[in-house]
Design a protein around this ligand. Structure first.
Ligand SMILES: Nc1nc2c(ncn2[C@@H]2O[C@H](COP(=O)(O)OP(=O)(O)OP(=O)(O)O)[C@@H](O)[C@H]2O)c(=O)[nH]1
Ligand SMILES: [Mg+2]
Length: 443
C-alpha cells in the first residue's frame, strides 16, 4: 500500500441537495480529524459529529464515516463527511478540511490512488468514469460489468496463456540441440491459435462496446425536398428541423442526439445537394459533403427511383443506406432489403411508416440488435491495445515456433505487453494523466 498526502474534495454534485459529501483520503487523517470532528470514529461506523472550522466554530452536524486503510475506495485511510447539502455548507466543510491540513484533490485523484494501491486496474478505473458518464441503461450495465472486472478477467486470462506458451517455447530455446517434439509443438500452436481467435472475438465485442460508449454519427443527405428534415424529425420523435415544400430549406447542419435501444446516435440533417447560385446554399452543400467524412453511416434520402445524386453517392466510401421516401405517394409498402453497401429502406417519413424498420436496420448495421452479453464497454485505448496484441500474433505459429522460436517468443512477449498496458500492468505517467484528468474532481 502506498500512502500519499491527504486530499479532499466534494464528492457530490454542485448545488443544493439533502446531503453533500466531503471526502478526505491519505495519511495523517487522525490529525485532520481531530481539528475537524474530534477523534476518528470507529472504522466503518456511521457516527454523528459536530464539524468545526479552523477557528473552532461549529459549522455543521454531520454523519461521518471512517474507512481505515486498506478497506477503503482508495486503499488509504478515508474520511467521509456527510454534511447538510447546501452549497455554502458543503464548501465550508471542504475549506475546514483544507485548513486542517488536507489539500484540494485534482480531477480523478481518488481513483488514481485506488489504481496505484491496486484496488482497481486501469480498465476498472476507466469503467468508474464511464459508469458516471453513461448515457443509457445499457452502457451503464456494461460499464458496471467492466468495473467488477469482467473485461479485465478476459484480458488477464489471455496474458497468462501467452506467458505460459512463451515460457514453454523459451525452454526449447535454452536447449538448442533438442528439437521441439511434434506433440509439444502442436500444443503450443493450438494454444496460440486459441488466444488469437479469442482476442479477435474480444476485439469485435469491444468495437461494439466502443460504439455504445461514444455513440455513432449518422448523416442524412439527398436532393432538396427529398424529405431529409422530415426524416430527422421522425427519428427524433419531435419537430426539430424546419420542414417546408421550398427546396433548399435546410442550410446549416442540424444535429440531434438520440438513442435507439441504448445506442447513442448523433443524427445530422444537412442541406439538399444541388448546384445552386445562392451563396448560402453553396456553403450548406459544402458542409453537407464535409459531414459525410466525419460520419459512420450515410442515410441517402430520395423520393424517386433514381436521381442525379446517384453517381455522387456511389463515390462515398462509408456505408450508405438508401432511404426511398414518400412511399405514401407511390403506394409502396414499407420494406427493407440489405445490399452489398448497406440497406435499401422504403418508408414515409411524413406518415411515420417504416421508421421502425429503419431504426432496426441501423441497430443491426452497428451489430447491436442482439443483446449479447459479450459486449465490453471499450475505449479507443482498449481497441488500440487489443489490435496491437492481435497484430503481434499474426504469424504462422507452426512454422515460426520451429524455425525461429526466438522470434516467436518475442512476438508472444509483445502481445502480452500490449495486454499488460491495457490493464495498467505496464503504464506511464502521461497515460495516467490522460485518463484521470478526464474524471470529475472528488472521484
Ligand atoms: N407525401 C409525403 N411528403 C413528404 C414526406 N416526407 C417529406 N415530405 C414533404 O416533402 C417536403 C420537403 O420536406 P423536407 O423534410 O423539408 O425536405 P428536405 O429534404 O429537408 O428539403 P431541403 O431542406 O430543402 O433540402 C415537405 O413538404 C414535406 O412535407 C413523405 O414521406 N410523404
Ligand atoms: Mg431540410
Amino acid at each position: 500500500m502506498q500512502f500519499h498526502d491527504p486530499i479532499a474534495a466534494i464528492a457530490t454534485p454542485m448545488g443544493r441537495g439533502a446531503v453533500g459529501i466531503v471526502r478526505i483520503s491519505g495519511t495523517k487523517l487522525d490529525a485532520i480529524a481531530h481539528k475537524l470532528i474530534g477523534p476518528l470514529p470507529p472504522d466503518r461506523i456511521a457516527t454523528l459529529r459536530s464539524v468545526r472550522a479552523g477557528d473552532a466554530q461549529t459549522i455543521d452536524q454531520a454523519l461521518v464515516i471512517y474507512f481505515a486503510a486498506p478497506r477503503s475506495f482508495t486503499g488509504e485511510d478515508v474520511l467521509e463527511i456527510q454534511t447538510h447539502g447546501g452549497v455554502v455548507q458543503t464548501h465550508d466543510v471542504l475549506k475546514a478540511a483544507i485548513d486542517a491540513g488536507a489539500r484540494m484533490a485534482a480531477a480523478g485523484e481518488f481513483t488514481e490512488r485506488a489504481y496505484l494501491n491496486g484496488k482497481v486496474d486501469l480498465i476498472q478505473a476507466e469503467a468508474i468514469a464511464d459508469l458516471i458518464e453513461s448515457s443509457s441503461t445499457r452502457a451503464a450495465r456494461l460499464a458496471l460489468s467492466s468495473l467488477v472486472g469482467e473485461f479485465s478477467k478476459h484480458v488477464l486470462a489471455f496474458a497468462d496463456k501467452l506467458k505460459f506458451i512463451r515460457i514453454q517455447l523459451e525452454a526449447y530455446i535454452d536447449f538448442p540441440d533438442e528439437d521441439i517434439s511434434p506433440a509439444a509443438l502442436t500444443t503450443l500452436v493450438v494454444a496460440t491459435t486459441e488466444v488469437r481467435d479469442d482476442l479477435r472475438a474480444l476485439l469485435a465485442n469491444a468495437h461494439r462496446g466502443a460504439r455504445l460508449n461514444s455513440g455513432v454519427d449518422v448523416v442524412i443527405i439527398g436532393r432538396p425536398n427529398a424529405g431529409k428534415s422530415t426524416l430527422l424529425n421522425a427519428l427524433a420523435d419531435e419537430q426539430r428541423a424546419i420542414v417546408t415544400n421550398v427546396p433548399g430549406t435546410t442550410r446549416d447542419v442540424l444535429t440531434v442526439d438520440l438513442s435507439i435501444d441504448g445506442l447513442a446516435i448523433r443524427v445530422h440533417d444537412t442541406a439538399g445537394i444541388r448546384d445552386s447560385s445562392d451563396l448560402i446554399e453553396q456553403e450548406g452543400v459544402r458542409r453537407a459533403k464535409q459531414k459525410i467524412e466525419q460520419s459512420d453511416l450515410v442515410l441517402y434520402v430520395t423520393d424517386a427511383e433514381t436521381d442525379e445524386l446517384m453517381e455522387f453517392i456511389s463515390t462515398i466510401n462509408i456505408p450508405v443506406f438508401t432511404v426511398r421516401n414518400k412511399i405514401d405517394v407511390d403506394g409502396f409498402a414499407p420494406a427493407s432489403q440489405k445490399t452489398s453497401v448497406g440497406v435499401n429502406v422504403k418508408l414515409s417519413a411524413k406518415n411515420l411508416d417504416g421508421i421502425g424498420l429503419l431504426r432496426r436496420e441501423i441497430l443491426d448495421h452497428f451489430n447491436l440488435a442482439d443483446h449479447s452479453d459479450n459486449v465490453v464497454l471499450a475505449r479507443e485505448r482498449h481497441l488500440i491495445a487489443l489490435k496491437m496484441a492481435l497484430d503481434a500474433l499474426d504469424f504462422d505459429a507452426e512454422k515460426l515456433f520451429q524455425s525461429e522460436p526466438e522470434l516467436g517468443a518475442e512476438q508472444l512477449r509483445v502481445a502480452g505487453r500490449a495486454l499488460g498496458e491495457l490493464t495498467g500492468e505496464y503504464t506511464n505517467e502521461e497515460l495516467l494523466g490522460d485518463i484521470f484528468s478526464t474524471f470529475c474532481v472528488g472521484k
